[in-house]
Write a protein that binds this ligand. Sequence first.
Ligand code: NAP
Length: 249
Amino acid sequence: MDKKVVVVTGGSRGIGAASARLFAQKGFLVCINYSSNDFAAMQLQKALNAELECTYLCKADVSTGEGVERLFNFIDNQLGRIDVLVNNVGILKPQASLIDIDEDRINQILRTNVTSQLLCAKAAVSRMSTSYGGSGGAIVNVSSGAAKSGSPNEYIDYAASKGAIDSFTIGLAKEVANQGIRVNCVRPGMIHTAIHADGGEPERVTRLSRKIPLQRGGQPAEVANAIYWLASEEAAYTTGSFIDVTGGL
Ligand code: NAP
């Protein structure tokens, strides 16, 4: 197989879907991972395959070790290689202060937003690393502007999980730099996706858009552009770096 392979976790909707689309347009074979919404995943695959015949779907909950194993077994069996991992999965829960956030919610946020990215990166490194016979590759982690703002009275658990992703990016970039793998991170700001409905306020981006220096929310494709650049050869000397796609916030 000559084409490079990208795996996008949470690639069926929002920022992940925009990234899958861009990588497909750039000539990659794209493995789109998702967890439950078959309809959205199949719609995206249909749209991309109509033009390019280049996408594979893998339904697997990557917040569990079992799901990560299923995803990477699928990649081994169906695609036979991995060149780029876009570690994009992340969830939000309804706006609340810490005093009202329970243990189950905290654990679910940390498992989905942090454990998933570490486990997927571990599986990708074991396949990409020149120390293990691989050909190198790139990992792009999706964090959030929340890692810097802390999201008080909204999603302090989510913000803490994204702070962990920032630290993880810095550490892993140094750990695997001499194994042919670059690790970078994108921190989106307020982007028009359905995640805000999960956070309890579907119109949040529109409500807050005047507080954003560029006076509008971002589009998923604008985040995908940064993700793609960090994964591309144009960023060959960039590792352990962050791009904020926040409209200036
Ligand atoms: P989204 O529109 O809600 O899409 C979420 C995607 O993740 C869907 O494809 C969903 O699949 C998948 N997913 C959720 N849990 C999963 C799991 N356990 N295993 C596998 N797939 C799972 O999200 P988004 O807004 O594009 O956010 C993408 C990333 O950007 C997240 O890390 C988020 O924290 C970050 N971010 C977003 C914003 C923003 O304003 N949108 C801002 C900063 C950072 P199903 O359809 O099957 O559920």
